[in-house]
Structures are given as C-alpha cells and as structure tokens.
Design a protein around this ligand. Sequence first.
Ligand SMILES: C[S@@+](CC[C@H](N)C(=O)[O-])C[C@H]1O[C@@H](n2cnc3c(N)ncnc32)[C@H](O)[C@@H]1O
Length: 333
Amino acid sequence: MSSPPWSQELLKKSDLITPMAIRVAATLGLSDHMAAGAATIDTLAHEADVDPVALDRLLGHLVNAGIYRPLPEGGYEPTELGALLRDDVPGSGRDWLRLDGPTGRGEVAVFRLLDAVRSGTPVYSGLYGKEFWEDVESDGALAQAFARRMAASMRWVVPELLAQGDWQSVRHVVDVGGGSGDLLSAVVGHIPGATGTLLDLEAPAAAAERDFAAAGLQERCRAVVGSFFDPLPAGGDVYLLANVLLNWPDERAEDILRRCAEAVSPGGRVMVLEGLLDLQTDQTDLDLRMLVYLGGRMRTTEQLRELAANASLSLRRVVALGPVRSLAEFETA
Ligand SMILES: C[S@@+](CC[C@H](N)C(=O)[O-])C[C@H]1O[C@@H](n2cnc3c(N)ncnc32)[C@H](O)[C@@H]1O
C-alpha cells in the first residue's frame, strides 16, 4: 500500500540517508578517485579501502540522488553535481561535507539535536570530549580547513562591506577571531597606508600570517595569538567581528563586545558581520547548528542591539549584505 502524499513529503523532508550518503562519498573521496581513473566498483573499493558490495549499494543510491551516473561499459562517473565533491575544483564542497572535517564532525552532532533541545545546551563536547573550538584547534588540519572554508564563504561579502563607505580615514583595523587572513587583507589592502592586526587561536593565527605574506601585506598586517575574552590589542579605529558572536551564548558574546568597546579608539567603530534573524530570515538552520555545535545562537537586530548596549556600545546602523550576512555597526556609547 503506498503512503498518502502528505506522508511522502514529510519523509522526503526528514530523509537522513541521502545527506549522509553524499557525505560518505565526500569523506571517501569517490569523485577524486573517479577523476584519477577509477571507475569500476573493484578499483574504487580498493582505492577507498571499503567493502565493494556496500560501495555498490552506496553508489546505487547516489545515482538516484543525481550525484553519479553509470557508464555504459560499467562503473560510474560523477555528474556535474558529483564533480563538486572533488578536492581540486573551484567551488568544491568536499572540505565542508567530509565527515572527518570540522563541519562534518559538527553535523554528526546534529543527530543529538533532541538532547540539545531538551537541555538548551550544546552536544558537541558530549560526542567528541572537547568543546568545538578546542577540538578544531587541537588539529591544525581541521583548523585550516575550517578557516579556508569560512574565507571562501565570506569572499563575496567583502566587496559589499567595502562599498559601505567611510574606510579612507581608517588607520588601523583589528580583526577579532579573524580566522584566515583573507578579510583583513582585503580591508587593509583597500585603504592606502592602513595597518591591521588579526587575533585568533594559535593555528588560525599562524595560517593568517601566511595569508598576509601571500597578499604581500606582511609589512602592514600581523596576527597575534590570544583570546577575545582577554583584553584586545588596543587603538584600532575598526574592530571586525565576522561570524564570531553567533558562536557564543549571550553572556559570552557580551564579554567579547565589551572587550572591543574597551579597546576601540575614541570615535572608532565595532563592526559585527553575521546573519541576523530578522534580515536573513531563512538562516534558522544555522541558528540550530550554533545550538548543537557551540551553545551559540543567531540574533535579531534588536537582540544584538541590547547585548551591545550592555557592553557600552550603541548601534549606528544595520545593513543587509546579501541574503546570508548583515553589517551591524556600533560606536562607544
Ligand atoms: C566562525 S569562525 C570566523 C572566522 C572569521 N572571522 C571569518 O569570518 O571567516 C570563528 C573564529 O573564532 C576563533 N576563536 C574561537 N575561540 C576563540 C577565542 N577564545 N579567542 C579568539 N578567537 C577564537 C576561531 O578560531 C575561529 O577562527
């Protein structure tokens, strides 16, 4: 007996097999193995070091999901979508999806969403024995994969940010929890004579130094290792907080804003760059991820304004920078 149509829609929306099958393919590097010439189940199973019968069944489902297609002579090749699981293509999703990467590990914690909703607290550490950032930081490759991917997701926001006027009088920019050096390089590179300091944990800070050198900005930008819960490098005209506050619950996010308020030069600005739930209304999935991974949350403009007011910062303006992120600009109250 076939299920009624409402049930089919519900089952499709709640499917876990297809997303996991795609992530398993990404983890095993199946599209990379195919690009390198492996096509048959036996060669693919050998390259990926997996059970051939189970692999055949996985690929069977991924053909249905539009990720691979069978070849007339036997074996498989990636579709256009499946090719994006390759490591070496522009727009590759492999780093983001693989189950042994930073966000893949986070997504596995989503299986414990029920516990997170019951307790209102993150579940990541219960699964892996460490808090999310401690876990990422403890593995240089994870930290760099994360920073690289974040930088890619920010790349298209940068021109919109730079178009938001008022940059030419800025002398020093501090990128707090800056991750890769990409954003700071773009901002400092846009303002003649300006300098920049990026503050982050050890692995991202080391990678950022390399980014500054690659951008030819090693004389103007430096990375410092530190915590944004401690006093920040003082005297910047602009403090950037890109995709940082949403990682933290209110009292911790307020502490970070307070550290910025204490450090910023008189007349300077604190710029929060992240999605706001009243402007980027469809980002509710990210909001739940923040709960599961970190105990953080996305906020509305009003919630962010209140948090910043407690940290002696007043909201100057809010501008949506496309569908995913906003700029909320603050000055000392
Ligand atoms: C979501 S990432 C955002 C990175 C970057 N701002 C961007 O938008 O691409 C959050 C950053 O916060 C850093 N971080 C986490 N805890 C920190 C701490 N206590 N002090 C400084 N940085 C921290 C992480 O290493 C990571 O680079």
